[in-house]
Design a binder for this molecule. Structure first.
Ligand code: FES
Length: 154
């Protein structure tokens, strides 16, 4: 069940949206901010608050790569593997991350430090290859820069 604080924060944002459907990503973001990810209970409660079906909320939740439907580590790496980044070598970056952290895409390190998630375009194509960690963009990446950036996230 969502906490009173979560419910209050969602209710407070509601008047800013002409349609409840448009509020879904923000409501899920609020839940995730409090829990680190959005569990089934969170989806169900958001559906109830916004008077929408669970399936509708689920569809929107899975469309956003910044909404996590499974537990994640302290730092979430969204590694873009869309066409511009792929052409510029995102596969080499993924290999480097996998080698360094010993996790495959979709996995979390045993110490819960990093989760690596493949991602559709993150809107930084002009700096491809790119990734995002905890919402911060990193572009023009090389395997060497990957090492340095990972070190900055204890
Ligand atoms: S294709 Fe990678 S940021 Fe757009």
């Amino acid at each position: 069940m969502l906490s009173d604080t979560e419910r209050e924060e969602i209710q407070k944002e509601l008047p800013r949206y002409a349609h409840k459907r448009a509020m879904v990503p923000e409501a899920l973001r609020i839940v995730q901010e409090h829990r680190g990810w959005v569990n089934d209970e969170g989806v169900r409660d958001v559906a109830e608050i916004l008077a929408m079906s669970v399936d509708e909320i689920e569809t929107i939740a899975t469309a956003y790569n910044m909404i996590f439907r499974k537990p994640v580590g302290r730092h979430v790496i969204l590694l873009c593997d869309n066409v511009s980044c792929w052409i510029m070598g995102s596969d080499k970056l993924q290999s480097r991350i996998t080698e360094r952290l010993r996790i495959a895409p979709g996995q979390t390190t045993p110490d819960n430090r990093f989760t690596l998630l493949p991602s559709a375009c993150i809107g930084d194509c002009h700096h491809a290859p790119s990734m995002m960690i905890d919402g911060e963009m990193y572009g023009e990446l090389t395997p060497e820069r990957i090492d340095e950036i990972l070190e900055r996230h204890p």
